[in-house]
Write a protein of this length. Structure first.
Ligand SMILES: C[S@@+](CC[C@H](N)C(=O)[O-])C[C@H]1O[C@@H](n2cnc3c(N)ncnc32)[C@H](O)[C@@H]1O
Length: 220
């Protein structure tokens, strides 16, 4: 049997992206600056770009999810303007390593020709748009977005009323900030091992399982 190719998962969090690549057929190694006791695969604590510089060439492909707070449309709401902007440095390093790569981030981030994926494309009950810069590129999403039902969203009106998003109130939920029911969010995201805080930062494994399947064919 062929060995499973190795994928380096930079800025790995508690491993939403990692689980998708694992299911697609990769051996995944994660790196995060913070301890991640719930990351289910091999994990190293440390600076992601430093680790990639030292070990990136040992892997068949590299995924990176640099922090998104500095790029999100809500970046100025909490009055902070000092969020690190790591996408350019990440791209430069990954291109110099020369392996197939994926950089994931939020809408508004400066990614090149990104593919947009949403939970509704995978039959999930979460509205969550994420962008993926992929080299070699994938041009097609599995399906179009399907926002036919009711979503509470993160509108100011909802926040003022302090409504917690749950399936009791809507067909779809959004999982960010604090205003969501963690149990429903785990179902919506297809992630059953994370805390609420980790869920708010994660991507559903279905997204990277889709990307991983393409990548695997390319590597073969
Ligand atoms: C958006 S989260 C990643 C979520 C993950 N892709 C998932 O699907 O679960 C970004 C992560 O980057 C980590 N981080 C921030 N700066 C870092 C650095 N310099 N090196 C490594 N990790 C870093 C944060 O601790 C956080 O866990």
């Amino acid at each position: 049997m062929m060995n499973r190719p190795k994928l380096l998962d930079l800025f790995c969090g508690a491993g939403g992206a990692a689980m998708g690549y694992h299911r697609a057929g990769f051996d995944v190694v994660g790196v995060d600056i913070n301890p991640m006791p719930r990351y289910l695969l091999e994990f190293h604590q440390g600076d992601a770009l430093q680790y990639a510089l030292e070990h990136g060439a040992e892997f068949d492909a590299i995924h990176a999810s640099p922090p998104c707070q500095g790029y999100s449309v809500t970046k100025s709401i909490h009055g902070r303007t000092d969020h690190p902007l790591l996408i350019d440095a990440t791209r430069e390093l990954l291109q110099s390593i020369g392996r197939p790569y994926i950089i994931e981030n939020v809408e508004g981030a400066p990614l090149i020709n990104p593919l947009m994926l949403c939970g509704t494309m995978f039959g999930l009950r979460v509205r969550r748009h994420r962008l993926f810069e992929i080299d070699p590129p994938i041009y097609f999403a599995p399906f179009s977005c399907n926002h036919w039902g009711k979503t509470l969203g993160n509108s100011a009106r909802i926040k003022q009323r302090r409504v917690v998003q749950s399936f009791a109130l809507a067909d779809f939920i959004t999982v960010s900030g604090h205003d969501f029911n963690a149990r429903d969010a785990r179902i919506a995201m297809g992630i059953d091992w994370m805390s609420a805080k980790e869920l708010a930062q994660a991507i559903p494994p279905a997204y990277t399982e889709y990307i991983g399947a393409f990548l695997l064919r390319y590597l073969k």
